[in-house]
Ligand binder design. Structure first.
Ligand code: FAD
Length: 594
């Protein structure tokens, strides 16, 4: 089955030498989050999730959550106890504001912790992930009273949260939802309708579930302009915070699905349930946008987390399984000694490192966009977070599926057999390109909203930053110069393709939309190459500096150049191959008959 261990050294390297946790600790409110404290926290949480949740991963897959005849839901054996320990240890609170009992750590630290939690047990991790989305929404748009009533309990993990958007006719097109909200005499609302696919819509882990439900008030305008957001708790809460009657809502069934079987995916029926309006009516969609970057980044992170777990398992299997004789070997070889198996493992390793850099940079940008003392830096980082989000989500989750698939391949036939556990990773991660905005929607967001930001100025600045790294590497000479040259080459085609999409998307949106997905992949691949080059530069500088190399072994640092070189030689050139698809336009797509 393979044990999971948090890749703490790799995480620390990215946190301290690709992004800058130390600089975050100098910001107001983050003084306690110095690199040593952060590392200690990640070490402790890594141990916790590996010990408490990783062993339950297979249990959850086999047992599934089950709905009982009375509408209650029983999670797999061991889950309630492990959840209790998770709450007692204070892990749910880490990245939230101290006013609500949170640890006040940067989002970046929460994201690094989330990587480990998700790798340990993705079927569990989506419960805190959805709760985080609900907390985010309430912190931004809830009234003071609503925040006091709900957020403190949710930050502590005593109550969990859900996000209820989807209805049978309203998936990607959220504006098609029909759930109704009518005002009651006492200022509350009555919510009626059916929601589908609601993650942890019902369960036995916590005392209450705070559903955030999108619905339409009477006379709401059609489409997304007429959506309002309501708090609809499973149990009503009195003025003193005590739980009262069961609200008029029920989990009417649980979906049978391909993966993350521990997570109950619920059909929820609301039948005149008491709801409380968040903010103003008809502003629900605008409010959803404020929490979208965080939620989408968290889903992108699932690609990284499951990729890492599948990679660890693939390395362990390849080290033990003996087949054939590698050239020059005297006896049968472990398959890890065969060139093609090493190619698969290094394909995984290098892309995992690239994706860790991208997602952590995305998280750091979210922190700096909020907290940097300087307005222009705040704006620049907000723009960077906006641009990186579809890459983290879209490229990250597509990659997660590919990485899990490679891990199956490394296992040969045993990869296809459930008992090795590697097939579970492949099944589990397959949802990530679908939910939280399908990857098609991410690509459309990238070309339709993000490229045109500041009339192309944001993407131009981004490409200039990549160019600067390429020049820096070239100036170093040797292997690093080769990396710089390869990055420069990739950038030429990326820049041309970007300019084509910006210019031709203006004349006919379908020009850009037809090439959106190949473009997202292209941008993801080059962004990965950029950050691996930065990572190689940082490693080279630590090695050259001598001393204790900030606690990293010379071998570990030397490996950073190997992964960057492999990526630049074998994976980065694929970006240029996508230019033709990204700029082909829609003619054939609409000439084809199906
Ligand atoms: C396990 C699981 C958990 C989930 N958890 C939640 C949850 O907690 N809360 C919640 O509200 N929802 C949840 N969802 C729902 C999920 O967010 C939706 O499935 C997702 O948004 C896609 O909607 P859909 O399934 O209706 O697909 P559709 O919207 O029908 O999409 C089908 C295909 O068409 C494409 N497509 C659709 N519209 C366009 C367009 N305009 N342009 C180009 N392509 C388009 C899509 O990219 C996709 O490839 C969950 C789903 C699953 C399976």
């Amino acid at each position: 089955m393979g044990d999971y261990r948090a890749p703490l050294t790799d995480m620390r390297f990215v946190l301290e030498h690709v992004v800058d946790t130390g600089a975050l600790a100098e910001l107001d409110g983050f003084e306690h989050a110095d690199p040593d404290t952060v590392h200690g926290l990640l070490e402790e949480s890594g141990r916790f999730f590996a010990e408490q949740f990783a062993p339950l991963n297979r249990v959850g897959d086999v047992q599934h959550s089950r709905r009982n005849d009375d509408g209650s839901v029983t999670t797999p054996e061991g889950f309630p106890k492990a959840y209790q320990r998770y709450v007692e240890a204070g892990w749910p609170a880490v990245p939230f504001p101290p006013e609500y009992g949170g640890g006040g750590f940067p989002w970046l630290v929460g994201v690094a912790m989330q990587e480990v939690m998700t790798a340990a047990n993705m079927g569990f991790s989506v419960c805190p992930l959805l709760t985080q989305g609900a907390i985010d929404m309430l912190l931004h748009h809830g009234s003071e009273e609503q925040r006091e009533t709900y957020v403190t309990k949710m930050v502590a993990g005593e109550w969990t949260g859900t996000m209820n958007l989807t209805e049978p006719q309203a998936g990607s097109d959220v504006g098609a939802l029909t759930t109704k909200a009518v005002p009651a005499d006492d200022g509350t609302w009555r919510i009626t309708g059916q929601k589908i696919f609601i993650t942890y819509g019902e369960h036995d882990l916590a005392d209450n579930i705070v559903h955030l439900v999108l619905a339409r008030v009477p006379d709401a305008p059609p489409g997304t302009k007429g959506i309002s957001c309501f708090i609809v708790p499973k149990f009503l809460v009195d003025d003193d915070g005590n739980l009262g009657a069961h609200n008029a809502l029920e989990c009417v069934s649980i979906e049978h699905k391909m993966g993350i079987n521990a997570s109950p995916t619920c059909v929820m029926a609301y039948d005149g349930a008491v709801g409380y309006l968040i903010g103003e009516a008809n502003q629900g969609m605008r409010y959803m946008f404020t929490m979208m970057n965080n939620a989408r980044l968290s889903v992108g992170l699932e690609g990284l987390a499951i990729g890492e777990r599948a990679y660890q398992q693939a390395v362990a299997y390849a080290s033990e399984r003996r087949q054939g004789r590698a050239p020059g070997a005297a006896a049968d070889s472990a398959i890890i000694d065969h060139a093609d198996v090493r190619r698969m493992l290094l394909t995984m390793k290098s892309q995992i490192e690239a994706l860790r850099c991208i997602t952590y940079l995305n998280a750091e940008s979210i922190d700096l966009a909020k907290r940097a003392p300087d307005e222009s830096l705040r704006q620049a980082r907000q723009e960077l977070a906006d641009l990186l989000t579809p890459i983290s989500k879209g490229w990250g989750t597509d990659l997660g599926v590919q990485l899990a698939s490679i891990a199956v391949q490394v296992h040969g036939g045993m990869g296809y057999i459930e008992e090795t556990g590697v097939a579970q990773h492949y099944r589990d991660i397959r949802i990530a390109p679908i939910y939280e905005g399908t990857n098609g929607i991410q690509a459309m967001d990238l070309v339709g909203r993000k490229l045109p930001m500041r009339t192309g100025g944001v993407i131009a600045d981004f490409l200039a930053a990549i160019d600067a790294t390429a020049s820096e590497a070239t100036a170093e000479g040797g292997d690093l110069a080769e990396l710089g040259g390869q990055l420069s080459d990739a950038l030429v085609t990326l820049r041309q393709t970007t300019e084509w999409l910006l210019a031709n998307g203006r004349t006919d949106p379908n020009n850009a939309l037809a090439g959106a997905s190949p473009y997202l992949e292209m941008l993801g691949i080059v962004t990965g190459g950029w950050l691996l080059t930065r990572s190689a530069l940082a490693a080279a500088s630590l090695r050259a500096g001598g001393g204790d190399r900030d606690g990293f072994s010379d071998d570990f640092l030397a490996q950073k150049l190997v992964t960057a070189r492999f990526y630049a030689t074998q994976l980065l050139p694929r970006a240029a191959g996508l230019a033709s698809a990204a700029t082909a336009g829609p003619t054939d797509l609409f000439a084809a008959t199906f």
